[in-house]
Design a protein around this ligand. Sequence first.
Ligand SMILES: [Zn+2]
Length: 173
Amino acid sequence: MGMALDQFVSSPEIRVVWKAILQQARKAGGRPLTFTYRCDGPAERRRMQATVTADRHSTIDIVSAVARTRPRPPVPVLDHRITARTDEQIRMCSWCARVWADAWVSIEEACRRLGLLEATRLPAITHGICPPCMDTLTEDLDASPGLLPHNRHHITTPPPRDTLRITSMPGTA
Ligand SMILES: [Zn+2]
């Protein structure tokens, strides 16, 4: 089943990150790239592992699986069933699940800082990537063999048309 990147990642910021990952997968020439990210539920912290593999026919497989879960008291702002939201948005990093509240903090800490524990209506959540995760990911991609130096300057280069096979991935929640 083929898909274009733009069809399943709505955040422009995360599209840039994915383009870098796909470009790197192509350079890896069939060697799988793996990385972890968070995909939390309201009552569960979930660490996912994604494996990205390019084949010779420019098909890219993206497979992700749950690597580890840890239960927690439910966090209502993460409950997608609550659809009535204010116009406010809070920004969550799709890689580490931290939220911006004057600093990148856990969702629990963000709820305290932003007064969401008492709030009758909750803000919406948008997804992005925090600067520390961007740095780590860029370093991971740079460290992979076969990559040109200073790759980070080229990460916005549009890739050739790919066919993607996807189970789930960060930024599509
Ligand atoms: Zn992050």
